[in-house]
Design a protein around this ligand. Structure first.
Ligand SMILES: O=P(O)(O)O[C@H]1[C@H](OP(=O)(O)O)[C@@H](OP(=O)(O)O)[C@H](O)[C@@H](O)[C@H]1OP(=O)(O)O
Length: 427
């Protein structure tokens, strides 16, 4: 089923958003790349049996309370469960390929960075296995493309890859933030409850449907939508399990209007919880400050000692979205007042698809002894709100360092700030 609007959201499988690049000004060559990436395409983040949708369908099946539509939904869920068994939280084969191909394009686009026989790399991963698996796939791609020996120093650090988990104030914002009212308004505007009821009535007998509470009905529909959107990430696993795509087809339970409404809602939720929301300097964005500090510090370190030409980090959608907003990347940091306009100005499938990534590419002119930096979001050259340049997409490194260092100071982050403590005490 093809719908006019892209409804894949954060389950959008990755593709590079630009292929041909602006040549640097004469005499400049790329010498260092600073990278943060979301993990690759993945399985669901929790076991199927922990889904309300799974529990309700199985409970109804035991009570003989499924309609014919419900019975086909049960089959699709059981087939997906077979694919998901013991795989939750892992990246998929497609995820590995996405990561490897990003690394290969990075080498192809920046041969001057990767020209040496030995390549020093600093790698940071988080505490979720999908970040480590993504790092491994990325490094494999690097090794293949650069035909070099890679010496990799690897760290685990959540202050720069999964900072949301380290901030009690963010947990509070997630639970009782002032964004809830805006999202409730959108839920009503999209008539999601009515749509959920329609689905419930199609799947369960009337008697069983009446036992389902309003919030559970919404959760049910959102999770079945989650089953539908994860399928493209699992195409290799579906084949290797001998299951046909038609046996894990969740499209029959939706139409395009419902898919678009569900995506609009999820996009708005991601916008408030991981994006500019109704305050682009709010906790959900400024929480990325430690990552910006790390980008400045590691770029400066390279300029000082010219040792490690590649700094890579692997995190989550909730790493990339706030970082893009905090950096002021155009198209990813716009604060929107009208909640029904969000998906026009902030689209999760463009900003935080699977394998989403942000790159700072540092260029050097040996005669002028001058540095420029270029910013890429999902491999597309982007501009920074608040920063000007005579030669876009290249920015003067000193201007960038000054602009972002002053921003960090406004949030009480200095070169010697303890970032873990800063996150913990953030309000
Ligand atoms: O609803 P799910 O389990 O998909 O939400 C995940 C997040 O996935 P996303 O919604 O962003 O596609 C997951 O982000 P990811 O980048 O790791 O995929 C996040 O780590 C995980 O905790 C879930 O987010 P939630 O906000 O805790 O539901």
């Amino acid at each position: 089923q093809t719908c006019e609007e892209n409804f894949w959201g954060t389950k959008q499988v990755y593709f590079p958003q630009q292929k041909n690049y602006t040549p640097p000004p004469k005499g400049y060559e790329p010498i260092f790349i600073n990278y943060i990436g979301r993990h690759g395409a993945r399985h669901l983040t929790k076991p199927m049996s922990e889904n309300k949708a799974y529990q309700l369908v199985m409970k109804a099946a035991n009570k003989n309370a499924l309609t014919e539509v419900g019975a086909s939904l049960k089959n699709a869920i059981l087939n997906l469960s077979a694919i998901e068994a013991n795989a939750d939280g892992n990246i998929s084969e497609l995820g590995k390929l996405e990561q490897s191909n990003i690394a290969k394009r990075m080498v192809k686009n920046n041969p001057h960075v990767f020209g040496k026989k030995v390549l020093l790399v600093n790698t940071t991963v988080g505490n979720k296995i999908r970040t480590l698996q993504s790092a491994n796939a990325f490094l494999e791609g690097l090794k293949e493309a650069c035909n070099c020996k890679i010496i990799n120093r690897q760290y685990i650090d959540d202050t720069t890859t999964r900072f949301y988990d380290l901030s009690p104030a963010y947990e509070n914002y997630k639970k009782i933030g002032n964004w809830q009212h805006s999202l409730d308004t959108l839920e009503t505007h999209l008539a999601l409850f009515e749509k959920a009821n329609d689905l419930i009535e199609k799947v369960f007998t009337a008697e069983f449907a009446q036992t389902i509470k309003r919030q559970d009905a919404l959760k049910f529909m959102q999770e079945v939508f989650g089953f539908l959107t994860i399928i493209p990430s699992l195409k290799n696993e579906i084949i290797s399990k001998g299951i046909s795509v038609s046996e894990v087809n969740f499209f029959p339970f939706f139409n395009c209007k419902v898919l678009q409404a569900l995506h609009n809602y999820d996009n708005a939720e991601a916008y408030f919880l991981k994006g500019p929301g109704n305050n682009v300097n709010g906790i959900q964005v400024k929480i990325a400050a430690p990552l910006l500090a790390d980008f400045i510090y590691t770029t400066d370190s390279f300029i000082a000692n010219k040792k490690t030409p590649l700094q890579i980090r692997f995190g989550h959608a909730e790493t990339i979205a706030p970082f893009a907003a905090f950096m002021g990347i155009s198209g990813a940091s716009t604060q929107i007042e009208n909640v029904s306009q969000i998906s026009t100005f902030w689209e999760d499938s463009k900003i935080i698809p699977l394998s989403a990534n942000i790159q700072w590419v540092l260029y050097y002119h040996p005669k002028l002894k001058h540095y420029l930096v270029k910013f890429l979001l999902n491999e597309k050259e982007v501009s920074i709100n608040g920063l000007t340049t005579q030669h876009f997409p290249f920015y003067d490194w000193q201007d960038v360092k000054k602009y972002y260092s002053e921003k960090l100071i406004r949030f009480n982050i200095y070169p010697n700030t303890d970032l873990y403590q800063w996150l913990f005490s953030l309000q």
